[in-house]
Design a protein around this ligand. Structure first.
Ligand code: AMP
Length: 289
């Protein structure tokens, strides 16, 4: 049966809507997004629809998690297109609103004055985007407060973010965080709203990220477990003049040490971040799958 689509134009109206759903004993699945929706977002929605009575999506470009004003200004925005996308994938509700309504007292607060985002925020994204995870933690805790979901769906592509949010959800209790697989373009590039800012050539060049991760995976499967050697292998593959590498490292995703683990276990992952044509791309792959 086709679902009725509701556009709630403030977080407060979303809160009331969710309260009514809960009163009707419906389980709520939640997908937080910054818009410019693509098949990756749709996969989270589909998963939520399959596991909950009702699914609600937020679109909010959170200024607190951007390090550069330019990146925030250039972030793609097309609400009309996103609304028809969400109608197509048949979510029950979307909520949007002003930064003041989403952030309340945190609006305009510097990242170092926000609550600490926890141990998983250290290293990698945390190093290259100072304050980013404090901004993420802040908005997600507010979103969770508005929606009160039973389950919240996030992409593995932003795996470190997923760990920060898992820890937050443990503290808030009652919310299950579900990390979902990364959807990729044919050349292996992880789908991302930022990809639409790449030229054709940039899109073609972006294949090296997936290739470097795959090469690491093959080496790991052949028995190479020394993080330094795996890291060197990636650095060599990613050493191209069109790619500005920020980091390429392996981590044990269970124990998440900020030091490199001595031996990677079955939950080892590779993480890469860098820029092509000034567009920042990040990706990750599980080595054992
Ligand atoms: P964003 O709109 O970029 O903030 O992403 C919203 C959610 O979609 C986050 O949980 C992302 O990790 C997830 N996501 C983004 N890209 C993908 C993808 N290619 N595959 C699966 N999930 C994704």
């Amino acid at each position: 049966m086709a679902r009725l689509f509701t556009h709630l134009t403030s977080p407060q109206s979303a809160k009331s809507w969710c309260e009514a759903e809960r009163k009707n004993l419906k389980t709520i699945g939640f997908v937080a997004t910054m818009g410019a929706l693509h098949a990756g977002h749709a996969s989270l929605v589909e998963r939520s629809k399959s596991e909950n009575d009702t699914t609600i999506v937020s679109i909010f470009i959170n200024p607190l998690q951007f390090n550069h004003q330019e990146d925030l200004t250039n972030y793609p925005r097309d609400l009309m297109q996103d609304i028809s996308f969400l109608k197509n994938v048949q979510v029950d509700a979307l909520f949007t609103g002003t930064p003041q309504a989403f952030l309340g007292q945190s609006f305009g607060v510097p990242a170092d004055e926000l609550p600490d985002p926890g141990i998983y925020a250290k290293g990698m994204e945390g190093t290259f985007r100072p304050g980013h995870f404090a901004g993420v933690r802040e908005i997600v805790s507010r979103l969770f407060g508005f929606v009160g979901p039973c389950r919240a769906y996030f992409g593995e592509k932003d795996y470190q973010q997923g760990k920060v949010i898992e820890q937050l959800a443990e503290q808030m209790r009652g919310i299950n965080v579900v990390l979902c697989p990364t959807l990729r373009a044919n050349n292996g590039l992880a789908l991302s709203s930022r990809n639409q800012r790449l030229s054709k050539e940039g899109l073609r060049q972006s294949i090296i990220i997936y290739q470097a991760m795959q090469a690491t995976k093959i080496a790991w499967k052949q028995g190479e477990q020394d993080p330094k050697i795996l890291q060197n292998l990636m650095h060599k593959r990613l050493d191209k003049n069109y790619f500005q590498l920020e980091y390429a490292e392996t981590r044990d995703s269970e124990y998440w040490t900020t030091d490199q683990p001595i031996k990677l276990n079955n939950l080892a992952r590779v993480f890469v971040a860098g820029k092509i044509e000034g567009i920042r791309l990040i990706d990750t792959l599980c080595l054992s799958e």
